[in-house]
Design a protein around this ligand. Structure first.
Ligand code: SAH
Ligand code: SF4
Ligand code: F3S
Length: 439
């Protein structure tokens, strides 16, 4: 199985993995041994969408060697292109959208029993589709929990409301039940997932608690160490949620708050429903609630009509806020979204130049912010071995409560995954910190 896209897609793939395993399917070590392939796709920009087609093209050779080998395409491109995949790639026998996921394990069994069958699972449901869980005996220390599906915001550039459908909040009872179960299986850190978590519950006509109440309830669960959530839309960020950053013990001091642009004019054309001033007010409130909070964001360069002045406004607000990190993208036209009809389009060259300037500025801020941490202390949850290993020591990688990557050298050879240490930061790199355990 190959997964592209956001954390919601990663969480969907994790669920599928567990379900297929408990249904008796076995993951093969090499591609040559596989009876079928699953690709979970993303269509948020052109690039991840193109990757799906080249990936499928590559699978042709396996089908040619053994005609019973087939491919399954899920996620956001599948929802958009649908049965078109059957025509373009004859060895695709299953397409499924985000709401069809729950039916995939059963469908795979049907496909294996009937070689002439093709199945498409593309319907949207009007409520959050609960899935049957097959939990293993022990879970890794970190887990995602879906709290909603879909999005109602229709930002001018974004395909997500079309691929994931309308916002559907999951019942808070189910969410709490899942969180409690995960904690009992060894999970220490939970990340709540949704396209716009701040509007959690608003689609349930007063029948559900709001996001701030949900955070409070989960924070109160015994045994949880860290709580995070993503993604937040600035327009729905309530005072209660901001204050939670200063009040809730488990809520980590990090917020990803997508800004997209620093220009009021562009924000208006994007349909984001906030302006610079409102965004800066939110930042002020967050820093007041928790002075240690780290802030990350998403930015788009080259939205139709973006002038040099608009772009300068983005650089300007980046310097005002001083983000700890950011993801930045070149604007990409998506089929059916409002901005695909907006003009003038910005040339590839200008987009590349702007992206480059913006990313260099972010690198400076990131390095500067990390350097400020030297000498400080925080708790680090170990996630796994570091990518780079030195001789004579064993390096492990984790994150502090602000979400910064921290590498720590240990003298003994032991599996430290899931352990939490009090750490002093001794050095900073471009994107990470080095620390030592305080004993
Ligand atoms: N729900 C999240 C974002 C999901 S998409 C939110 O509202 O913040 C993740 C990011 O992809 C967005 O924040 C945006 O920066 C980027 N993105 C979305 N559509 C895009 C497009 N058409 N071109 C370039 N970047 C895009
Ligand atoms: Fe897309 Fe906007 Fe919804 Fe985020 S809030 S998923 S950017 S439409
Ligand atoms: Fe991509 Fe769909 Fe997520 S378009 S970003 S996988 S919601």
């Amino acid at each position: 199985m190959q997964t592209y896209g956001c954390q919601m897609n990663v969480a969907d793939s994790d669920w599928l993995d567990r379900s297929l395993k408990s249904a008796g399917f076995v993951k093969t070590i090499s591609e040559e041994q596989a009876d079928f392939f699953i690709i979970n796709t993303c269509s948020v920009r052109e690039k991840p969408e193109q990757k799906v087609y080249s990936h499928l093209g590559r699978l042709k050779e396996f089908h040619e060697k053994n005609p019973s080998v087939f491919a399954c395409v899920g996620g956001c491109v599948a929802q958009q292109v649908g049965k078109g995949f059957f025509e373009r790639f004859p060895y695709v026998r299953l397409v499924f959208g985000p709401d069809g996921l729950a039916m995939v394990p059963g469908s795979l069994q049907r496909l294996e029993n009937n070689q002439h069958l093709k199945i498409s699972l593309l319907d949207f449901e009007d409520h959050y589709p609960e899935r049957i869980e097959n939990w293993p005996d022990k879970m890794p220390p970190q887990a995602f929990v879906n709290i909603m599906q879909g999005c109602d915001n229709f930002c001018a550039y974004c395909v997500v409301p079309y691929t994931r459908g309308r916002q559907k909040s999951r019942s808070s009872e189910e969410i709490i039940r899942e969180c409690s179960k995960l904690i009992s299986l060894g999970v220490l850190e939970i990340t709540l997932l949704g396209q716009n978590v701040n509007s959690y519950g608003l689609d349930r006509n007063g029948q559900e608690i709001n996001f701030a109440r949900l955070l409070r309830k989960i924070d109160g669960l015994h045994g949880l160490n860290r709580l995070r959530f993503t993604t937040s839309h600035p327009k729905d960020m309530s005072r209660e949620v901001i204050e939670a950053f200063g009040e809730l013990e488990t809520l980590c001091s990090h917020l990803h708050l997508p800004l997209q642009s620093g220009s009021d004019n562009i924000l208006k054309n994007m349909g984001r429903k906030y302006n610079r001033e409102r965004y800066l007010e939110l930042v002020k409130g967050l820093r007041k609630a928790n002075p240690d909070i780290t802030l990350s964001t998403d930015l788009i360069v080259g939205f139709p009509g973006e002038t040099d002045h608009d772009f300068q406004q983005t650089l300007d607000i980046m310097n005002t806020v001083g983000f700890d990190s950011s993801f930045s993208f070149k604007y990409s036209d998506r089929p059916g979204v409002r901005s695909s009809l907006m003009t003038p389009k910005i040339s590839q060259q200008v987009k590349s130049e702007r992206l480059d300037i913006l990313q260099k500025l972010q690198e400076e801020w990131t390095a500067g912010k990390l350097a400020q941490r030297i000498g400080g202390r925080d708790q680090v949850l170990i996630e796994g071995p570091s990518k780079k290993q030195k001789s004579g020591v064993w390096s492990w990688q984790g994150r502090d409560r602000g979400g910064r990557v921290v590498n720590i050298d240990f003298k003994t050879r032991e599996d430290f995954t899931g352990r939490i240490f009090e750490v002093k930061f001794i050095r900073s790199k471009k994107h990470s910190l080095e620390g030592e355990v305080v004993t």
